[in-house]
Design a protein around this ligand. Structure first.
Ligand code: NI
Length: 188
């Protein structure tokens, strides 16, 4: 495994639509997934998308509790590796939450996301993944899949006053709790 260089906001690889993967079981995809995991752990993120390591393919990984998925333990953090993911929204309900991104280091932003989504795709064995997701699980999968379409969370901000440095975020959360519906997310 190898720690890969993470592309930062402004790099063209983060602004393009990533290509679908033809063969999720190909050895180079396995290697990419392993390198993405090592890179994500080194950077202390909870998710990463292939374009963030300069590979414009539709591959994402994240580690979250699988909230909203049937039979999932809401307290267990699970690694998801998903290839060619597709998200569909299940209703119009949205929630605000603070997000960070490994490609936008040092900042946090308050972003509105769908609360309840379905996503599908393939695992590295080529088997289908079909899940519903809520809460932080839904937020992370939306954030990661945005990377595959050239979108970073700052593009989704409604209020630029809610794009703040990490140091201000810590201050903010101590002195002025985010709204009840807001949920913090680590770097993704
Ligand atoms: Ni990100």
């Amino acid at each position: 495994m190898a720690i890969l260089k993470i592309a930062r906001m402004g790099h063209p690889v983060l602004q393009r639509v990533a290509e679908p993967v033809d063969d999720p079981t190909a050895p180079e995809i396995r290697r990419l997934l392993d390198d993405m995991l090592e890179t994500m752990r080194d950077a202390e993120g909870m998710g990463i998308a292939a374009p963030q390591v300069h590979i414009p393919l539709r591959v994402v990984i994240f580690v979250t509790p699988l909230i909203g998925t049937e039979d999932a333990d809401p307290d267990e953090y699970v690694l998801t590796e998903i290839i060619n993911p597709v998200i569909t929204t299940l209703d119009d309900d949205m929630a605000e939450g603070w997000e960070g991104c490994l490609s936008v280091p040092g900042l946090k932003g308050l972003v509105s996301r769908y609360r309840h989504v379905h996503y599908s795709g393939l695992d590295p064995q080529g088997e289908p993944i079909e899940r519903t997701a809520k809460s932080i699980h839904a937020r992370v999968v939306q954030h990661e899949c945005d990377h595959l379409d050239g979108l970073l969370y700052p593009y989704r901000l409604k209020d630029m006053n809610k794009l703040i440095f990490d140091s201000e975020y810590r201050h903010h959360t101590v002195t002025q709790r985010p709204t009840k519906t807001a949920e913090a997310e680590d770097n993704a």
